[in-house]
Design a protein around this ligand. Structure first.
Ligand SMILES: *Cc1c(COP(=O)(O)O)cnc(C)c1O
Length: 358
């Protein structure tokens, strides 16, 4: 077990009521920090009061975006136990990300031990209300003070926590999506498969424009031909066409699609239930055509924040596909119920996905 020095806050926050949390707006009392430098490796693991980070203005993270992050949640069960969902997957993904960005790699056990230790300290911040959770945001930043374009020699791995409300406060609500045909998110050889801030900075403009036009998210097409569907906003996406379920190929070590932990779990469930899951290229034209033929049965996004996001409408150029009369499809609902059932401990964890904290 990682040796962590704990300094408790002397000014605990007044907790916001569970029904007013929103997403990622309020933060818990403490944060985890571990430093890295080339001589010492990872050292000085500590949990300290949540607060500003003293940082040299020339730190590499500010100039060249040598930075990455993860996102997972702690769930409170009906028995008042606190548990995590597949934190080992987030740890491994952060390692892949760090390698791609020339950041020092955080050992998996440090990542998982640190998440557990911080969540235990913050257990009272894990909300009680149905569908709410403690969102956990681990991130790594390059802290070396230098303007030369080189990989940093120093870094910090930090974890903060944000008590968050149910993503769909008013029930699972199908969303309207704009198929982006101007901007792209990722290109072969780039950083699409990793969770780095740079990808997000580059995606904001398309998201803002789509939002102004009344869409919740953009659906990203491949960066090369703008023909094949990849992801929707910060979620992976699945299409049920004529009984089969399609999703884009995602890989840990290269490629343009982020390998989501939710995506991977949904694929495992679908395969267990006997569905034919087709992982690969799916052209937007094929989807629009399937819609015309009445074969586009269900569309849903997957990601830690929303878990499952049903899609009711896809707008591509001048074409519109309406899905399942704006209703949540039966498979989408079953996946949502199963995933959230396992996460919140309402269903047995037959797959060893749950890691108890306290
Ligand atoms: C985080 C993320 C996802 C979803 O991954 P999960 O592990 O399921 O939360 C999908 N796409 C992008 C671009 C992401 O950053």
């Amino acid at each position: 077990m990682l040796d962590i020095k704990i300094t408790k806050t002397t000014t605990p926050k007044t907790k916001a009521p569970d029904d007013q949390l929103g997403f990622g707006k309020v933060f818990s009392d403490h944060m985890f920090i571990i430093d890295y430098n080339e001589g010492q490796g990872w050292h000085d693991a500590r949990i300290v009061p949540y607060g500003p980070l003293p940082m040299d203005p020339s730190a590499v993270v500010f100039h060249y975006a040598q930075e990455c992050f993860e996102g997972l949640k702690a769930y409170r069960t009906a028995e008042d136990k606190i548990q995590l969902f597949r934190p080992d997957c987030n740890a491994k993904r952060m390692q892949n990300t760090q390698e791609r960005l020339c950041l020092p790699v955080i050992p998996e056990d440090i990542f998982v031990d640190a998440v557990k230790a911080l969540v235990e300290v913050e257990k009272d911040f894990v909300p009680h209300l149905d569908g709410s959770s403690l969102y956990i945001r681990p991130f790594t930043i390059a802290t070396t003070a230098q303007l030369g374009v080189h990989a940093a020699h120093d870094a910090q791995f930090i974890i903060i926590c944000s008590p968050s409300g149910a993503y769909y406060a008013a029930g699972l609500a199908p969303i309207k999506i704009y198929v982006e045909d101007t901007y792209t998110r990722a290109a072969p050889g780039g950083t699409g498969f990793i969770k780095c801030g740079g990808n997000y900075a580059a995606s904001l403009l398309a998201g803002e424009i789509a939002e102004k036009r009344g869409y919740s998210q953009v659906l990203w097409l491949d960066g090369l031909e703008q023909k094949y569907v990849e992801e929707v906003g910060a979620m992976n996406i699945f299409f049920k066409i004529d009984g089969k379920v399609y999703t884009a190929y995602a890989n840990d070590t290269d490629g343009t699609v982020l390998p989501g932990v939710t995506r991977r779990s949904v694929i495992e469930l679908l395969e267990e239930w006997g569905y034919d899951v087709v992982i690969g290229k799916l052209a937007i034209e094929t989807i629009m055509q399937a819609s015309k033929e009445g074969k586009l049965e269900e569309v849903f996004g997957t990601g830690t924040a929303a878990v499952i996001s049903p899609v009711k409408q896809l707008d591509y150029k001048t074409d519109v596909a309406y899905i399942n009369d704006g209703e949540i499809g039966p498979l989408t609902q079953k996946i949502y119920d199963t995933m959230t059932g396992i996460q919140w401990g309402r269903l047995p964890d037959t797959k060893g996905w749950i890691v108890p904290v306290c």
